[in-house]
Design a protein around this ligand. Structure first.
Ligand code: CMP
Length: 143
């Protein structure tokens, strides 16, 4: 098992439902460590840049509206197989496909308003973490 870092976003619906602590606890209880965190309200430009890979998808405009509708809580998580671990804890993108007990099964309203984002691969995670936490924004655990 390799120690990895991954990016997690608690999306505007998760913040509105007051789930920050609930979601961070799930990560911590699964052995993941928070190594960076910030709360922010994404601009339209930031959301468009972050989700540029989905630019041609029919849901892109709605995704940008949703992601800029309220603040988000962004974290870098670290641990063994952190990318896959985070995705297991989140559950499938569409909450109707998500395994019972996952964040999306428990809290997501729809495939669009699905409470959390997580990086899909280690390479993507590095790019996504740098997007939010450039310039020493990640704080190594020293104990
Ligand atoms: P996320 O994992 O952040 O990646 C892209 C986001 O687009 C996804 O979660 C959803 O919030 C949103 N989305 C909306 N419609 C769809 C769809 N049909 N398929 C995938 N993602 C969608």
């Amino acid at each position: 098992m390799a120690v990895e870092q991954t990016l997690s976003i608690i999306k505007p619906d998760g913040i509105q439902k007051n789930l920050i602590g609930e979601i961070v606890s799930r990560f911590e209880n699964a052995g993941l460590e928070v190594v960076a965190a910030r709360m922010m309200h994404l601009s339209k430009e930031q959301a468009q840049e972050f989700y540029v890979v989905h630019k041609e998808r029919p849901f892109f405009d709605d995704l940008i509206k949703y992601m800029t509708s309220g603040p988000v809580f962004v974290q870098a998580l670290q641990g063994d197989d952190a990318v896959a671990r985070n995705r297991e804890i989140m559950g499938a993108t569409d909450p109707s496909d998500a395994d019972p007990g996952t964040i999306r099964a428990d809290h997501a309203a729809s495939i669009e308003e699905n409470v959390v984002h997580g990086s899909d691969a280690a390479e993507t995670a590095a790019v996504e973490i740098a997007f939010f936490f450039a310039d020493n924004g990640v704080c190594p655990r020293t104990r």
